[in-house]
Design a protein around this ligand. Sequence first.
Ligand code: ZN
Length: 298
Amino acid sequence: MRARLTAGACAGLLLGACTGGGPAPAASSVPATGSVRAATSSVRATNSVPSASAIANPSPTAVGPRSPNPSPTAPQPKFVRQQLRIGTSRQGRPITALHIGDPRLPAVLVVGCIHGSETAGVAVTDALAALPAERLRTVNLWVVGLANPDGASRGTRVNSGGVDLNRNFPAHWQPIGSRGDLQYSGPTAASEPETVAMVDLLRTVRPAVGIWFHQALALVDTSEGPAVAEDALADALSLPETALTDYPGSAIGFENSLVPRSAFAVELPAGRLSATAVKAAVGAIVTLRPVPATSAAR
Ligand SMILES: [Zn+2]
């Protein structure tokens, strides 16, 4: 059932802090250590900085099965697995995106963590990154584990400059709060390098679906995204669907300004996801069959 929520949303929106404006509870402020460390170590292993054209036209690193006598006109399966450095945090941590699947298909973006105190979604992005190629031949995934690596390392919602990245995107940006506030939107739109990295990625990829994990409202936001994908994640995670009220400078607001009705927030419960929940979320994501971004609106 879909309902409209008007206060207390994290990703979304009115009172902003995911737990109603106050500090996150201990259970959700403690990073899922193994996942975060694994993601961070894989991030640090990456040192290439691709150009925009390299992101848009990645080199295949593996090719799908070939028939013994392929038709010269039949399109061959294509599979890429490429980790790209898309930016650098204020404290110098790489921000990376893993591109996996068939790049000819409509793109699905999955962001595990943008509020550093909400790291449960990193278990899902780690699991996606670990899937074998045969599970990924019918998708075109862009996976960002940590969009706010400094915040994740410190266990804070904001980045190391004290800015709520989810209020810093250049769509309907407004001054909100001041340094030290949980929802400080920064001195200007896209003032933070982490925001710039995601803006550049979004402008290049233009995902047909964007899934942004947050905590800890335990719901799927249905205010702006594609209904089929929202329903799939809600069903997989047994979460209710609720329309959050959008907030100036949010990431999903910016993505939806580029590709209407493409992005939505999945507010996970507090604490870590169970292995069963991770598996269910991964299954829902890899079976999404989005239409191309140019016709993504419902
Ligand atoms: Zn959040």
